[in-house]
Design a protein around this ligand. Structure first.
Ligand SMILES: C[S@@+](CC[C@H](N)C(=O)[O-])C[C@H]1O[C@@H](n2cnc3c(N)ncnc32)[C@H](O)[C@@H]1O
Length: 327
């Protein structure tokens, strides 16, 4: 949700003429923006409070040369163990019994990999396999209600896993800088960079922007549910969402102002949309307090909301995507 995949070239087009060597992607999500900047030779630092994002970043942004080899893959697939957490806790919810056993087995074996980058690649591949196999790629409902027969749902989970190992392996490269990944609350860490990019959840009054609610199963899988309390009264068996000021109207304005103030020495780029709060004018006003020049670029983008009330074609999701640049 909210990936900049389709508009990364437009974002790059607006940023490429600024002088920067170190790029901080402070809400990295799917990592497409940070990864793209790595391909442009930038030293990239990423952060996201979700572990699934952090792992992806570790696997293909921070990592410059380690891949999973044939023996690692054989070990992950074949080493016998009797893990059964998912088969028990999530029985009948998202995947078949057979798939749950596969996830249990693979997940257990991945933790036996001692190299942190191999661990991140394998776990990212398992996470992506689970998302691909799931109707709509989310865990907000149980069962197969939205199975539209697409090939990704028909494909077996082991097949997805292997394909994703290959995808992640192939994405590993060295751009001659030392990139790094953090897994923290953006408002709580300080990162040295020339250009900071803020792409937080977009706050709107009528759709929710809760990433944890959509991806709780894979986020739990990433963390082995350690420190997470599954809410037994929920049919999805989700855990309590992480708190983010960007998901609350009463906190979002101050959160933006603090981020901008704390990073006023750097070039600041912010992605936001026309139906969100703060509004375009409010955002410009906040930026103008700390930066001498503020530009607003508009990118026409048919936005994909997680909320299914916003179906393509009904006009609701024809929002404008803004890129604010303070320099
Ligand atoms: C709009 S998405 C980022 C999308 C990303 N640019 C991409 O292209 O995929 C927002 C991200 O911010 C993360 N997030 C929300 N609040 C956060 C916070 N307070 N600290 C760190 N990460 C946060 C979410 O987990 C989510 O991945």
């Amino acid at each position: 949700m909210g990936s900049k995949n389709k508009i990364i070239l437009q974002i790059w087009n607006y940023l490429k003429d600024y002088e920067f060597d170190i790029f901080y992607d402070a809400f990295a999500g799917s990592n497409v923006v940070g990864y793209f900047m790595k391909t442009q030779g930038k030293k990239v630092i990423t952060n996201d409070f979700m572990h699934i994002s952090f792992l992806g970043s570790k696997a293909i942004i921070e990592n410059s040369d380690i891949k999973l080899d044939y023996e690692d893959i054989q070990f992950i697939l074949n080493h016998e163990n009797d893990a059964n957490f998912i088969a028990t806790e999530f029985k009948g919810l998202y995947f078949s019994d057979e798939d749950n056993q596969f996830i249990d087995k693979i997940r257990f074996n991945i933790d036996l990999l001692t190299d942190p980058f191999k661990h991140a690649i394998a776990l990212s591949a398992l996470i992506r396999a689970c998302m691909k196999k799931r109707p709509r790629g989310v865990f907000t409902f149980i069962g197969q209600r939205y199975d539209d027969g697409r090939s990704d749902i028909k494909k077996s989970l082991p097949q997805h896993f292997l394909e994703n190992v290959e995808i992640f392996n192939n994405a590993v490269f060295d751009n001659s800088t030392r990139c790094s990944a953090y897994n923290a609350l953006t408002q709580e860490i300080k990162v040295e960079a020339d250009l900071v990019y803020f792409d937080p959840p977009y706050f709107t009054l009528n759709s929710d922007n809760d990433y944890v609610r959509r991806y709780h199963f894979v986020e739990g899988l990433a963390r082995n549910w350690e420190g997470l309390e599954i809410q037994n009264h929920t049919i999805t068996r989700k855990f309590k969402s992480y708190e983010s000021p960007f998901s609350r109207k009463d906190l979002a304005y101050a959160a933006f102002e603090t981020l901008i103030k704390d990073n006023q020495e750097k070039i600041i780029a912010i992605s936001y949309s026309s139906n969100s709060l703060p509004t375009k004018n409010e955002m410009v006003e906040i930026l103008m307090k700390y930066k001498s020049k503020v530009e607003v670029k508009e990118i026409d983008h048919l936005y994909s909301f997680g909320n299914q009330n916003h179906k393509a074609g009904n006009g609701f999701n024809r929002v404008k995507e803004y890129l604010f640049i303070g320099s």
